[in-house]
Write a protein that binds this ligand. Structure first.
Ligand code: SF4
Ligand code: FES
Length: 257
């Protein structure tokens, strides 16, 4: 397959960037989008030109580090991660536009690489769970109803990629934070820090400059893990309940060192 690629090039954070056009030919339809970029980079290396910077790690849809906007869609047209997007998903001869995630809270570091550490700081603000370590507890000592388990695990599969932020017209991180809060606040292990978790994560979201949710729903539509927008309702409920309690158990939030 042959493609024309319009790729965002930006040497450094804060500098102006622009699209640069590349032609790629003889691409295997079974190649992933990142493998196609690898081939292009190999060629650029041979031509002694600067390669295209992009993030990846697992290349299996697990780590959330591949953060490309492909033809205007965070992660691409199929609601899977960029690394799980294949060239057979595109029409032969197509022109494909590739950009980094765009949000004030996730500045471009170089080309297609963005700094998504604001999401890490929101997780850190949620703090720890104060379960004891040691021998495994008897599995039936803390029964969790299957429906609750399912809801918690459906939220736990968030991979922290940030596509929800990139898709949101407000740059909100409510789907991400809602997934993290829903996961732990539904389970017995998450109960001791339930209120402080919701309060501190929302506070950190605001400090980082993420926008507020106005129910566009774009976040859930692009999420490669299909996290339901219901987690935002859960986050709002947890936050409201927590603010009604005067003294959260762990009022001090953990901050990045
Ligand atoms: S909620 Fe979905 S889109 Fe947002 S960070 Fe988690 S996995 Fe990515
Ligand atoms: S590289 Fe890990 S999810 Fe894409």
């Amino acid at each position: 397959m042959n493609f024309k690629l319009e790729i965002w090039r930006q040497f450094e954070s804060g500098e102006d960037g622009a699209f640069e056009t590349f032609e790629v030919t003889g691409i295997d339809p079974e190649a992933s989008f990142l493998e196609m970029l690898d081939q292009l980079n190999e060629r650029l290396g041979q031509e002694k030109k600067r390669s295209i910077a992009f993030d990846s790690d697992c290349r299996e849809g697990i780590c959330g580090s591949c953060s490309l906007v492909i033809d205007g869609h965070p992660h691409g047209p199929r609601q899977v991660t960029s690394c799980q997007t294949y060239m057979r998903d595109f029409i032969d001869g197509a022109t494909i536009k590739v950009e980094p995630f765009r949000a004030n809270t996730m500045p471009v570091i170089r080309d297609l690489v963005t700094d998504r550490s604001a999401l890490d700081r929101v997780i850190q603000a949620g703090g720890y769970i104060s379960t004891t370590t040691g021998p495994q507890p008897e599995p039936n000592s803390q029964p969790v109803a299957p429906a609750v388990q399912e809801e918690a695990m459906d939220a736990a599969i968030c991979i922290g990629c940030g596509a929800c932020v990139a898709a949101c017209p407000n740059g909100a991180a409510m789907l991400f934070t809602g997934a993290k809060v829903t996961h732990l606040n539904l389970l017995p292990q998450g109960q001791p820090e339930r209120e402080s978790r919701a309060l501190n994560m929302v506070l950190q979201m605001d400090e980082e400059g993420f926008g507020g949710c106005t129910n566009y729903g774009e976040c859930s539509r692009v999420c490669p893990q299909e996290i339901s927008i219901d987690v935002i309702g859960m986050l709002n409920r947890e936050y409201r309940k927590a603010t009604l309690k005067k003294t959260p158990k762990h009022p001090k939030k953990m901050v990045a060192q």
